[in-house]
Structures are given as structure tokens and as C-alpha cells.
Design a protein around this ligand. Sequence first.
Ligand code: APR
Length: 250
Amino acid sequence: MTLKEKIFEAAEAVRTAKYAVGFTGAGISVESGIQPFRGESGLWNDHDPIFVEIEYFSKKPLQSWKKIKEVFYDKFDEAKPNLAHEVMAKMEKRGFLESIITQNIDNLHQKAGSKHVYELHGTSRTLSCTECSSEFDMAFADLNFLPPTCFVCKGILKPDIVFFNEPLPHFPLKRAKEETQKADVLLIIGTNAEVYPANEIPIKAKENNCLIIEINVQKSEFTDTITDIYLEGKATEIMAAIGKHLYLTD
Ligand code: APR
């Protein structure tokens, strides 16, 4: 089958699905200017991930925060949702997509208008105090003074993103499992599928006979194992074509 025919097949599967769910990784945000973690332009080629290891953060919060600001927050401030995020939000609005399970912390799905987004790796929107657990919206933090401290007890604030060696947040993980229990179509966009336990979610969906559609610029750990329809290409280009089939893009 040609890519065009596979895109048509995927769009029809979404259109006729009883319960379609999205599953996204860093690749969907690359065309918004946010670096992926792996691959030739991957973040982990340029930076040692130690700064997002919870042990390192507890010992050296200032050094960790300096990197977190440089690598995440400074980039997220300028980033805007791209066409792939926008088509997914329109799919939800039109009832073609029930929810999105994302590994991303960049908030671009929400900025695009998606409402039911479950963030397996946490969020960059809020911070929590390491002493008294008070939670604050990022808007209140001034990252020109690092590390940010708690407005209640002066303890050090930690971003609510999941650090390496930290457990995934209970509620998003619970909802992700519930969503993929119900899904008969899972639309996977831009993940290498390397990171556990997030990568278990699509595998469980497949075990429940869910049709797996995957969009990526190159094969991932899923492509030759669980993927039923592999659409090779950039997220914006493939999603523009799918959106066209569903009469979503203007
Ligand atoms: N369109 C679609 N896919 C793309 C694009 C694009 N324009 N650009 C890159 N990709 C694909 C890459 O081929 C790769 O498979 O996106 C994927 C990005 O992989 P990673 O950088 O490993 O991102 P992800 O799978 O989300 O990583 C999971 O790892 O470091 C942790 O917590 C971090 O959430 C992250 C997790």
C-alpha cells in the first residue's frame, strides 16, 4: 500500500472508531521547535540527563534548576502548538478522539485546545515545595532567581515533571490505563517507545485488540511489534492529511 492509501485507511479507522485515543511523545513537538530527547538532534546527545535525576536534584538543586530552565522552560516559553497538536484538538472537539495520553511536559496539547490530556511524565505548568508540598502555578515563579523557593515555608520548589527514578503520577497513569482499556483505536505520534513504564500503555492496548496507528519519521520500538498501520512522515504532514480526510483542516 502507498502512504496515501495507508493515510486513508488510518483516517477511516479513526472516523469509524468507537473509542479512539491519542498517545504522543516528543516527536509531535519537534515542529514546534522543541528538541526530542533521542535521535540525531536529541537532547541527551548534548546534555547529561543527570540534572533530571531526583537524587541529583535533592543534592544540587541550583545546578539542576539552571539546566532545567535552560533546556525546558526557556524553550517552552517560545513554543507554540503545531498543526499536529491542532488537528488532534479538532478531532477531540468533533468527537473523533476521546483523549490524549502524552509523555510530553510542554503543555502544547492544552495550548492547542485539547481538554482530556493525561500527562504521564508530569507537567511544566506547576511547581511543588520539597518541604511543605504546597503547589504553585509556574506563573508565580521568577526563574531569574534560582532555585525558586516556597512562598509559604521558603523550601526549595521542584517542577512537577517526573524525574528519572521517580514514580509516574497516580491519576494520569490510572486514567491512561482506563482509556486504553476502552480504546479500539490508538493513534501514536512521535515516540521512540523506549521509556518504561509509559511504553507499556500501547502494548496493553494492543493486548486488548486495539488497532495501533503510528506516525513517526522513522521506525520505533513499536513499529515492527505492535503497530498495525505505520505512517512514515512528519507529524504535521501526516496529521494534515488525516485532518483533511476528516474534514477538519480549513
Ligand atoms: N514527526 C513525528 N515523529 C518525529 C518527528 C516528527 N517531526 N521528529 C522526531 N520524531 C520521532 C523520533 O523518530 C523519535 O521516535 O519522535 C521520537 C522522539 O523520541 P524521544 O526523543 O525518545 O521522545 P519520547 O519517545 O517522547 O521519550 C520518552 O523519554 O527522556 C524521557 O521523559 C522523557 O518523555 C520523555 C521520554
